[in-house]
Design a binder for this molecule. Structure first.
Ligand code: AHR
Length: 557
């Protein structure tokens, strides 16, 4: 006999868990829980590409300089000049891929500036030099005038150390196709075969870097050249035709610069025009940032963006509402792409996403666009990753913006101080989904209601995704409700449960964050629960705390 549910709930702290038998659950559902997650074991969606948990590094503020790159001689623990804490933490979450060097920066970057002896590399004006978001106290350091100490070899080393694949964004606005061609040759031609391979060897890497992922420009409708889709399709063909492929990398994964938000016209007109160039197109980039621009507070210089730390319930929910929109963008662009690419060979690459707040919470003045990261951002990350998981058949890669000291970062770092953010913990909880089979997962819960510009509004109260790897089922769930815990019945349709482990990330106050001075304020808690008997039990009840992210690892019988 299983003990009654009420005997279990409450014993296990914030993510209380109990088993009930299937028969009992069916009978007692209405009394058990006010939300439900159904996982359909026999309805696979597709393999979750590990690259869905990818990252993004741009030469922007404190991302590279003082973030990743501290230099060989630094007193900050480093490996060949690269901050060791970041390397170790990325390994721990199985970081799959990192995009570099931008962003808008990419379309003004000359890769030749970042090779050769570091002491003789040129100093260049950074793309972001005149950005209005610079705090008055920022200086004229490498964040504004780039010393190019961190170039192709340093980035490739960072990727290798952290176990990630490199994803390069090529300059389409201000360099020629020939330069792209030669960058690929510098990176990938076999040792000893070309002058550029010799140069790479002199720079410290004899063997090819094996760069497979190449972005062809960035936001080509905007900072990447202000092209129209037909012009960009022509450029895409010119840049990708005959880029050299070397033994071992016969296929290069070219990513086209996709639409601005919901601009389906950009997608249709590009696909209509690209013609034979589609053969080289592997991914279609989509960028989606979440900010408070639509909440009616849109009049200031920073487009109504809210504050990272000080927010009310309307701002909390509005950011999450914006984040949820990525699901419509994925399905909308996917179906537009399918009008031209009937087999859906080309996949979606959400290579910039995350929350974007106004300036004021930078970890240090030179960290342009640097912002703090609270439990609200963890909730945003949780529901976004759930969306990507549920669309594993469509999304081949996603890259949160940006890795450190910037928009929705996993890390804050300055000199010898370092911390991980709540968003880092959500990535850690999601790592078990990598390369697993995404399963159809249905979450039903009361809507989370709030007031938007004085009118009633709501967002889904619960988000979830699930994946299967052999007998290991991973379920991630995000309770978006700001004030209510959510008792949820989870039903595994098509398998029985053997044992369960649960991790929950939550905080008494959603404004909670980690800081360089107090680095461990927010961290997940783990509980291990075992079934008391191997019955046919396939249902459990979990209480998700308000504004929380939970991972369940369920061993199936
Ligand atoms: O991530 C910051 C900027 O946002 C990127 O450089 C650009 O691609 C986007 O507009």
């Amino acid at each position: 006999m299983m003990p009654g549910r009420r005997d279990f709930v409450g014993l296990l702290g914030s993510a209380a868990v109990s088993f009930v038998t299937r028969a009992a659950a069916t009978h007692r559902t209405s009394n058990l829980a006010d939300a439900r997650i159904e996982v359909l074991i026999n309805e696979p969606i597709g393999t979750i590409a590990p690259e869905i948990q990818g990252h993004f590094v741009e030469h922007l503020g404190g991302v590279v300089y003082d973030g990743i790159w501290v230099g060989d001689g630094s007193r900050v623990p480093n490996i060949s000049g690269i901050r060791k804490d970041i390397v170790d933490r990325l390994r721990a979450i199985k970081s799959p891929v990192i995009r570099w060097p931008g962003g808008c920066f990419a379309d003004q970057y000359d890769w030749r500036d970042g090779i050769g002896p570091r002491a003789s590399r040129p100093k260049r004006t950074n793309f972001w030099v005149r950005s209005p978001e610079w705090p008055a106290s920022a200086g004229n350091g490498p964040q504004r005038y780039d010393t190019n100490q961190f170039g192709t070899i340093e980035f490739a080393r960072f990727c290798k150390l952290s176990g990630s694949q490199p994803y390069f964004a090529a300059n389409v606005r201000s360099l020629r196709p020939h330069d792209f061609w030669q960058w690929a040759e510098y990176c990938n031609s076999p040792a000893g075969t070309t002058t550029l391979a010799d140069q790479r060897e002199k720079d410290g890497e004899r063997q090819p870097l094996n760069v497979r992922y190449w972005g062809v420009g960035n936001e080509s409708w905007g900072c990447g050249g202000n092209f129209n889709p037909e012009e960009y399709a022509t450029e895409f063909r010119r840049y990708t035709a005959w880029v050299p492929r070397f033994p071992g990398q016969e296929r290069l994964f070219m990513v086209g610069s996709g639409p601005n938000g919901d601009d389906l016209g950009w997608t249709r007109r590009f696909f209509d025009r690209v013609g034979r160039g589609m053969g080289d197109l592997w991914g279609w980039a989509l960028h989606h940032y979440s900010w408070n621009a639509s909440s009616g507070r849109t009049t200031d210089w920073f487009q109504g963006k809210g504050d990272a730390l000080n927010f009310d319930s309307e701002q909390y929910y509005e950011i999450l509402r914006e984040a949820n929109r990525v699901e419509q963008l994925i399905t909308g662009h996917w179906s537009a792409m399918g009008e031209f690419d009937r087999q859906h060979r080309v996949k979606i690459v959400v290579d910039e996403w995350g929350a974007w707040y106004k300036p004021g919470t930078e970890p240090f003045p030179d960290a342009l666009l640097g912002q703090q990261n609270t439990m609200r951002d963890a909730v945003l990350a949780g529901l976004s990753l759930d969306i990507f998981n549920r669309h594993a058949d469509k999304v081949a890669m996603a890259n949160i913006a940006q890795l450190v000291n910037c928009l929705q970062s996993l890390f804050l770092a300055h000199e010898d101080k370092f911390c991980v953010t709540p968003t880092y913990h959500v990535f850690s909880m999601n790592a078990a989904h990598q390369a697993a089979q995404s399963l159809r997962t249905i979450a039903s819960a009361p809507q989370a209601a709030y007031s938007r510009n004085g009118r009633p509004a709501s967002i889904p109260g619960l988000s979830a995704s699930a994946s299967l790897n052999a007998k290991q089922l991973t379920v991630t769930a995000t309770n978006t409700h700001l004030t209510e815990d959510r008792e949820t019945e989870i039903s595994i349709r098509g398998a029985a449960i053997n044992s369960i482990k649960v991790w929950t990330l939550s905080a008494p106050d959603v404004h909670a964050c980690n800081t360089l001075a107090n680095p461990n304020a927010v961290a997940p808690r783990e509980q291990t629960i075992s079934a008391t008997s191997k019955t046919s039990a396939s249902t459990l009840v979990v209480k998700f705390p308000k504004a929380s992210v939970t991972k369940l690892e369920i061993a199936l019988a």
